[in-house]
Design a protein around this ligand. Structure first.
Ligand code: PMP
Ligand code: G9A
Length: 404
């Protein structure tokens, strides 16, 4: 217990910050026998432990002075060069100066927000959206306006209507935040026409697009769709990518790509946050990629997660009662479930825990506080057996709530 009244001395930013409900759930269910369909944690069997051990030992034998030293704020050039090639960044538009390495995409979200947002600024988000991003925007005092989605992603007519209303009040939007592939939490992918339309709208109303793309390489079927970043020619799109879902999140390695001004500003702001991303981890990832492992790892991840997605969808069909529906993702980690309007998934959570199964209730993902009858289910972490058993238990919990 502390004697100082810390609350009274907290900054406005700290007072308006909110703990992530995912992280809170993780605390509750850690080391218990609850089957967690909650956190979007990668399956640890996808972590290439042996390769990392070997690479780590090579680096520490060969290059320890550099590996254990500070690095540049922008990040290891070799890693940025690899990413430039690997992501097929257009050399007519960009150089490696258009990429900065960050300590996770979560830091990218924070630094972009720090660079662009003043209290009261408007950010447009998808309904629903990644709750830890919403928490960042909220902490910088942003006003968030949500736009509904359907199976093709954010609805562009609704976006335009909202922008007309905002503009007619003499206000402006700073950026639209979108997770264009296998969205967290909805599992939905934005179609190509919508991506093009979003860029057109951004040009018309003059705002940035923040495209967060952690799951794009985890496509189980169908053709990849070009990112909005790839057909932007004005430096209007800021793209976030991460090694968390394709290598391992423990390295805390990600990147932001964008126009030179924004990348330089992010570098300045990052200096105040952590000076630089850890050099050892950057060297590990760089070596791992250079030795040709990353694509093979992604291939094997896809096969593991696809099987788990299939089990989850089959189990939902088998165990969930009539009146429930869910998205069918072609990649990523998440399925989003809609229950009848009268069921509140926040209230139902304690029943689920009694049955030893956890999910994330949907309302945390809705900037407008709605979505009370929805929930996010992750198929990434639990074993296939636990996915089936977890869905069976959850089906029982929901069935008890269904009005006949
Ligand atoms: N954005 C989205 C949409 C995510 O789902 C996540 C992780 N769940 C992140 C950002 C943060 O990822 P990282 O581990 O790179 O910080
Ligand atoms: O907070 C974490 O551990 C990352 C997971 C994100 C998610 O579940 O969306």
């Amino acid at each position: 217990m502390s004697l100082i009244k810390s609350e009274e001395l907290f900054s406005k930013l700290a007072k308006q910050s909110k703990a992530s409900s995912i992280r809170e759930i993780l605390k509750i269910i850690q080391s218990s026998d609850v089957i967690s369909l909650a956190g979007g944690m990668p399956d640890p069997t996808t972590f290439p432990v042996e390769e990392i051990k070997e690479i780590c030992s090579q680096i520490l034998t060969r290059d320890s002075a550099r590996a254990l030293q500070y690095s540049s704020t922008e990040g290891l050039l070799k890693l940025r060069e690899f990413l430039f090639q690997w992501l097929n960044m257009d050399a007519k538009k960009y150089t490696t100066d258009n990429i900065i390495i960050t300590s996770g995409s979560q830091q990218g979200l924070d630094l972009v927000s720090k660079a662009l947002l003043d209290p009261g600024d408007i950010v447009i988000v998808e309904l629903p959206s990644y709750l830890a991003a919403l928490n960042v925007f909220r902490s910088y005092g942003a006003e968030m306006i949500g736009i509904p989605m359907d199976s093709e992603g954010m609805q562009m007519e609704s976006l335009e209507d909202t922008l007309e209303k905002i503009t007619s009040k003499g206000k402006k939007v700073k950026f639209v935040y979108t997770i264009s592939n296998f969205q967290n939490p909805a599992g939905v992918t934005m179609s190509l026409p919508r991506r093009k339309k979003m860029l057109e709208i951004a040009q018309k109303y003059d705002f940035f697009i923040l495209e967060d793309n952690p799951y794009d390489k985890l496509r189980f079927e169908g053709e990849p769709i070009p990112s909005i970043f790839s057909f932007d020619y004005e430096g209007r799109v800021i793209n976030l990518g991460t090694f968390s879902k394709i290598l391992c999140p423990g390295l805390r390695l990600a990147w932001v790509s964008g126009n030179e001004e924004i990348i330089e500003k992010i570098a300045t702001l990052k200096q105040a946050t952590d000076l630089c991303t850890t050099m050892l981890n950057q060297l590990i990832a760089s070596e791992y990629c250079e030795q040709g492992y990353i694509d093979k790892n992604i291939e094997s991840n896809i096969s593991i997660y696809k099987d788990k997605r299939d089990i989850m969808l089959q189990s939902l069909e088998k165990y969930f009662p009539e009146g429930t529906s869910w998205t069918k993702p072609n990649g990523g980690f998440f399925v989003f479930v809609t229950l009848p309007e009268y069921i509140d998934t926040d209230e139902m959570f304690s029943d689920a825990i009694k049955e030893k199964v956890a999910y994330v209730s949907g309302s945390s993902f809705y900037a407008d506080g709605k979505g009370k009858n929805t929930m996010r289910l992750s198929f990434c972490y639990p074993s296939k057996e636990d996915i089936e058993e977890g869905i069976k238990r959850l089906g029982k919990v929901i069935s008890k709530q269904i009005r006949k």
